[in-house]
Write a protein that binds this ligand. Structure first.
Ligand code: NDP
Ligand code: NHF
Length: 414
């Protein structure tokens, strides 16, 4: 490739919501990057992101009235796709169309999790990126969590090298429910909590089990077994609460997606050793806030992490009153009592190192550690888990019947 390395990477955001703001704030910890453009449908949202980019010293950032205009901009090298799951493919088709027609200088694209709602969509995302000769990154932040980077490095260097590889990874992510209505609509989002959050758990677990510097496909999925359930939000009181908060479009009484999921994945390494991933995700967990729990176990060692066991805790008595917020921890459920506080949320959740990695890979024309191929592999595992839950049986891989599979809760409404 010519023209690489670039001195700086100029990024354009598609999407101006919750995750766009997280990425923007995380970019403060990234070198050689500017956020120069943004597109989403509302001008007010775009202005907010441009203003924040300016305040953070990451701009100047220009607001674009159409996706085409953003992709054609002379000062945009790479696009970060940060819009809802049902917009992914449309956004990627526009990027592909503009680049292949020679109207855009964009040479890289990064996309939030999950890469797509089905295997068909995910493979098309990969095909479009490769056909347009774009470098591509899959934004799975948990792989870049600071405790994951440090824990994996120590386990493999000290313990696995002397006593044998890790064989069991447990990953759980739980909170009290998503912040926007589209997450709760199975057809728009692609499913319920299994597609929304188990995408993180299976990939961070697969990453922890993969030897450093070995390709992710050095581990082969042999079979998957999943369970889904509705624990909380289908109860009439809570279904009403959802309707009051989000309007009639979220009808959990009649059209729920799952709020709990469990997945067991059996894998094999290149020497034929069996490995296991145990994943649990839920939107029915009411603790202080979002909780990520990770474990990596091997013959003579164990690693564990719990995102709510923070070093920093703040106690507030019942005399301390004030508005509800998310200023202590993501998806916070209380403002009083002994509360855990993540002093660097963007770092611990992985956004800072994830963005640093993507920017450096794109700037220097290297393939990111997490790319669209990994995004496809994640969707394959998720679809296997959904089908296993639907038929009540373990699904053996390879599973060609999953190619056009759509989870029960994501099938179009009649
Ligand atoms: N890694 C992680 O932990 C997290 C990842 N995510 C992922 O990020 C993505 C976005 O989620 P989140 O930010 O929480 O969602 P939000 O609903 O908060 O924001 C979505 C944004 O997309 C914009 N948007 C909607 N439709 C379009 C469109 N057709 N074209 C361009 N922009 C559009 C909206 O702005 P407007 O109305 O102005 O168009 C809004 O700014 C999802 O894929 C989600 O899975 C989300 C949270 C955490
Ligand atoms: O990890 C996460 C936290 O919650 C969000 C809403 O459910 C998810 O989309 C996200 O992936």
């Amino acid at each position: 490739m010519t023209g690489f390395p670039r001195e700086r990477l100029r990024v354009g955001f598609v999407g101006t919501g919750f995750i766009a703001e997280f990425h923007l704030r995380a970019m403060i910890g990234v070198r050689n990057v500017d956020v120069t453009g943004v597109y989403s449908r509302s001008a007010a949202n775009r202005e907010r992101i441009c203003r924040l980019a300016g305040e953070l010293g990451l701009g100047p950032c220009r607001s674009h009235e159409s996706l085409e205009e953003l992709v054609q901009a002379d000062d945009v090298d790479a696009i970060w796709i940060l819009s809802p799951n049902d917009t992914r493919l449309g956004v990627m088709q526009v990027i592909h169309g503009e680049v292949t027609a020679g109207r855009s200088k964009v040479f890289a694209v990064a996309c939030e999790k999950p890469l797509a709602r089905t295997i068909g969509e995910a493979r098309e995302m990969l095909r479009l990126a490769e056909d347009a000769r774009l470098n591509h990154g899959y934004l799975e932040n948990q792989v870049f969590c600071t405790p994951v980077i440090r824990g994996k490095e120590i386990i493999w260097r000290r313990a696995a090298s002397t006593t044998g590889r890790p064989y069991l990874a447990r990953a759980a992510e739980e909170h009290s429910g998503p912040h926007e209505p589209w997450f709760w609509q199975g057809d728009r989002q692609g499913g319920g909590v299994l597609s929304d959050m188990m995408c993180h758990s299976v990939e961070v677990a697969r990453h922890l089990l993969t030897a450093p510097d070995a390709p992710r496909n050095s581990l082969r999925v042999k079979s998957v077994n999943g369970t889904v359930a509705n624990l909380k939000w289908t109860r009439p009181h809570y279904a009403d609460q959802l309707r009051q908060r989000f309007g009639n479009e979220v009808d959990y009484g009649n059209r729920p997606s799952e709020d709990f999921a469990r997945g067991n994945i059996l894998l094999e390494d290149e020497e034929g050793n069996e490995l296991v991933i145990e994943a649990t995700t839920s939107w029915a967990y009411v603790g202080a806030g979002l909780r990520i729990q990770l474990e990596l176990l091997g013959p003579e060692y164990a690693m564990e992490f719990n995102s709510l066991n923070t070093g920093l805790k703040i106690f507030m008595s019942r005399a301390v009153t004030g508005a509800e917020g998310e200023d202590l921890v993501e998806k916070q459920n209380a403002e009083q009592g002994l509360m855990p506080v993540l002093d660097d949320e963007a770092g611990v959740y992985g956004y800072t190192d994830e963005n640093r990695h993507m920017v450096e890979c794109f700037r220097t024309a290297r393939r990111p550690l997490e790319n669209f191929e990994d995004g496809v592999a994640v969707v394959e595992m998720l679809m296997g888990l959904y089908r296993s839950a639907e038929i009540g049986q373990t699904v053996t891989f390879p599973a060609p019947e999953l190619d056009d599979y759509v989870p029960l809760v994501a099938r179009p409404r009649r």
